[in-house]
Structures are given as C-alpha cells and as structure tokens.
Design a protein around this ligand. Structure first.
Ligand SMILES: Nc1nc2c(ncn2[C@@H]2O[C@H](COP(=O)(O)OP(=O)(O)OP(=O)(O)O)[C@@H](O)[C@H]2O)c(=O)[nH]1
Ligand SMILES: [Mg+2]
Length: 447
C-alpha cells in the first residue's frame, strides 16, 4: 500500500447491496470541500444536516442525505471526515461514488485504509487496529467480547507496561556504563537480573496460554471421528439442524471432510465430518482410492483438531479399535444409536445418545460446550490473539534469555534493546513500515 497519504479517500462503509440506509465515508483534506460542492452548504463539525446531494457537474439530484462532518483531529482517522447517510440503493450508491471520484484529490480507499490512517495519525496502536478487524469479523459473543477488550487497549497496556519496565532498566544499565571505572556487572547485576527474570517469566506465562485467544479468534476445531456407519454424518446434521452431509447405510459414504460452523455457548466451533475409519481394509475389495484418501484426511483432521469427538456404534459388539486408538485428553467419547439394542461396552466413560431420536443429544452438546470452554477458559489476564504477536513475544523472550546469559554489560544492553524492539513491533511503536501492509491488507474496503 504505497499510496499517497494526502489523497482524500472514500468508500462505502456499509455492506454492498440493498439496504435502508448506506453510509459513504470520505476522509482527507478535500473532504469538506467536496461536501460543499455536493450540498452547496458549509458543514458544521459533529452536526448532521439533511441536505440534497447534487452532482456538481450538471446539478442533477443524487439523493437527499444526512451529511455529517468531523474536523481533524477529532475523527476516526484523525483527518477531516464526511459521512453521507444515503438511501441504500445500488443506483444511488454508484452515483455518489462516481461523483466523489470526480472531485479533485479524491480516490477510492484501499482495504483497511481508513484504519491505517487512524493508526498513522496516532489515534490507536496496532493491536487496537487489529481488534477493529476482529470486531467486524466476530461471529459469536465470546469472539466479540475478546475483540472489544483488545480494542479497549488491554494488550496495548500490557505490552506497553513491559516496554516501560525494560526501558527503565536499560536506562539504568546505560547510565552505569557511562562510568567505566566502577565495577559494573557486580554492582548492577542483581537488581537488573531480577527485573529481567520477572519479565521473562511474565512473557513465558502469557505465551503459554494454550493458544486460548488465537483459538477463540479462529474458531475451535472439532473433528467427528469413528468407524463407517457409526452415525457421524447423522450427528453433524443433528447438530447443524440441517442436511449438510449425506447419510446412508452404505459403509464409506462420507469421503471429503465437511465443515459446519456452530455457535456453542458463545464459542465459535468448526465441526468436521470425516470418512469412517477402516484403514486396514485399504486396497481390499469395496474400498477404493478415493475412500483411502478420505481416511487419510480423517486421520489428519483427528491429529490437528483441538477436540476429537470419538463416535462409537452401540449396536456393534466391539468398540472400533482405530477410533479407540485416538483416545487422549482432547477426546470426547460418545456412543450413538442407543435407540437400538445396545451391546457395546467401552473401557472409558462415554455419552450415550441417538442421532435418530435426539435422545441424549442435549447432554452431548452440553459436554462439548464444556470441553470447548475448558480449552479456551475464561481468564482474568488478556490473551494473545494473533500469531504475529506470538512471534514477536517469542523473539522478546529469547532476547531476554540472551541478556541474562550475557558476559558483558554492553551485550546485555544490546539484547535488552532487541527485546524492546520486539515488543514495539506488536504495538507499532518501532520498526513499523514493513508490517503495515501485512496487517491492513486483512481489512476490507471501507474500514
Ligand atoms: N437406529 C439408528 N440408526 C442411526 C442412528 N444414527 C444414524 N443411523 C443410521 O446409521 C447409518 C449410517 O449413518 P451415517 O450418519 O451415514 O454414518 P457415518 O458414520 O457418517 O458413515 P460413513 O460416512 O460411511 O463413515 C444410516 O443408515 C443412519 O440412518 C441412530 O441414532 N439410530
Ligand atoms: Mg458419513
């Protein structure tokens, strides 16, 4: 995004398509001038006016709109901003965007450019900017709550606090280095060490959070695994409350992994239906290459999933050994078809249900929700939400480790500087330029 920053940018801020009202946002030095050209009136900051919008080129009426102006720096972007609240019809939107594009110094905004300008103008740090993207993408209550608290600055405050602590220690160390006649390492080391050790521990604890925040942001992956005909697809359909997957009494019906998105108690869950496991029959009659590939994918899913839902068939004499093999702490065990004559005995506790009658389904959903909640947990401390933050924190943690191991105070200082820079990359206080594109390209136009 190496686009000029003094352009006046505009975009539709509401979704594309028909709606009662659509909002077109304009930001930049020419935004109030074009508003005057379209309305014939002077705007007043933070006061909306109902005005006819006319094409300055020919005087034709575009729409009657509420026009709302903001003066820099008191706006979202920190620039002069105008919002046009127009009727949400395709023709009106297109016409207004076309007319704005013809105004001097105006161009369409790129993805995330409004928020990028807000960051550039010091209205927010990078974690808050990322939280805006997360907030708009949030599909469940828990995701929304996490994005809101990040937008409110919990991460920025935490990282900023660590940065300040490090900067203070570094300043002391550097001050001491100015006096070469004093016996430095012994003199300063103990206090400095305890600060760095404490910080290093806090960062390690923050990193070691079972990927709680990232999982909440991305969705929790649950793989339904079991032998052919155990009723995996039937369960998926029951949970999704629609016919997502094909159900049949032919063993080996499902081949591809089929995903369903669910909101379980406010947590976003991605539930995957998989091919029935019968790997030892690969190559035998009745088993084709496609099914083998399906089984390979099912096993891969089982491995990658946050939670495995191991499904057994109550009518079978023996539990399926391939499914049983996957039993571990991340597994939830369930037995389907309890409406039929049950013969099965399992070596572990399990949830009994019938996908056909719905019996026990509620308890299964509750158990799954509890398992998800346990994994994501609620925590008093703010959680990491992005791989980008994790990488920078790991770099910071390593630098602190090197600082503690350094033989010379000069080397210690250098590693502390590197640790500070790593933290600064998260909030955007240093070393920012190359990061911006990566972050703001995640946005869509109009934000
Ligand atoms: N009686 C009874 N039959 C069920 C129940 N759940 C599923 N079935 C039947 O079991 C058969 C297999 O169901 P599916 O959901 O296709 O099983 P699957 O595990 O997805 O099977 P594959 O895709 O082949 O691995 C179908 O005939 C279903 O109607 C149940 O709770 N009770
Ligand atoms: Mg199936």
């Amino acid at each position: 995004m190496s686009t000029p920053v003094d352009d006046t940018i505009f975009a539709l801020a509401t979704p594309n398509g028909r709606s009662g009202i659509a909002v077109v946002r304009v930001s930049g030095p020419e935004s109030w001038k074009s508003a005057k050209a379209l309305t014939g009136k002077d705007l007043m900051a933070r006061t909306s006016q109902l005005l006819p919008l006319k094409n300055p080129a020919d005087g034709s009426l575009i729409d009657r709109a509420l026009v709302l102006g903001f003066k820099n720096p008191a706006s979202f972007t920190g620039e002069d901003v105008v919002e046009y609240h127009i009727h949400g019809g395709r023709a009106i939107i297109d016409e207004l965007l076309g007319v704005l594009g013809a105004q001097p110094g105006h161009r369409m905004a790129e993805a995330g450019e409004f928020t990028k300008r807000a960051f550039m103008n010091g209205k927010m740090d990078l974690t808050a900017a990322e939280a805006i993207a997360d907030l708009v993408d949030a599909e469940t209550a828990a995701q929304k709550a996490q994005a809101l608290s990040q937008m409110g600055g919990v991460l920025a405050t935490l990282y900023q606090g660590w940065t300040e602590e490090l900067k203070t220690s570094l300043a002391h160390l550097e001050a001491d280095l100015e006096f070469p006649d004093e016996d430095l390492p012994e003199g300063i080391a103990p206090q400095l060490r305890s600060v760095i050790e404490g910080l290093s521990q806090s960062i390690a604890d923050h990193l070691n959070d079972n990927r709680r925040g990232e999982r909440l942001r991305d969705g929790i992956h649950v793989a339904v695994i079991g032998a052919p005909n155990a009723g995996k697809s039937s369960l998926i359909n029951a949970l999704a409350q629609r016919d997502v997957a094909i159900v049949s009494d032919i063993a080996g019906t499902t081949r591809d992994v089929i995903e369903v998105h669910l909101d379980l108690g406010g947590y976003p869950v991605i539930l995957a239906d998989t091919a029935g496991l019968r790997p030892d029959q690969i190559g035998e009659e009745g088993q084709d290459l496609i099914e083998s590939e399906g089984i390979r994918r099912a096993l891969k899913r089982a491995q990658e999933a946050d939670i495995k839902l191991l499904l057994f068939d109550a009518t079978s004499a023996q539990p399926d050994p391939h499914t049983l093999d996957l039993l571990d702490v991340n597994a939830l065990v369930a037995v389907n078809k309890i409406d039929e004559q049950a013969a099965l005995e399992l070596p572990c506790p399990s949830l009994l249900f019938s996908a056909k009658t719905g019996e026990g389904l509620e308890a299964l959903i509750k158990a799954l929700t509890d398992k998800v909640a346990e994994l994501i947990g609620s925590s008093e401390t703010p959680s990491l939400t992005r791989q980008r933050h994790r990488a920078a924190l790991e770099a910071c943690h390593q630098a602190l480790g090197r600082a503690l191991a350094a033989d010379l105070p000069e080397l210690m200082a250098e590693d502390m500087r590197l640790a500070i820079r790593a933290l600064g990359r998260i909030t955007g206080k240093v070393d920012v330029e190359d990061l911006l594109d990566v972050i703001f390209n995640d946005f869509c136009i109009g934000k």
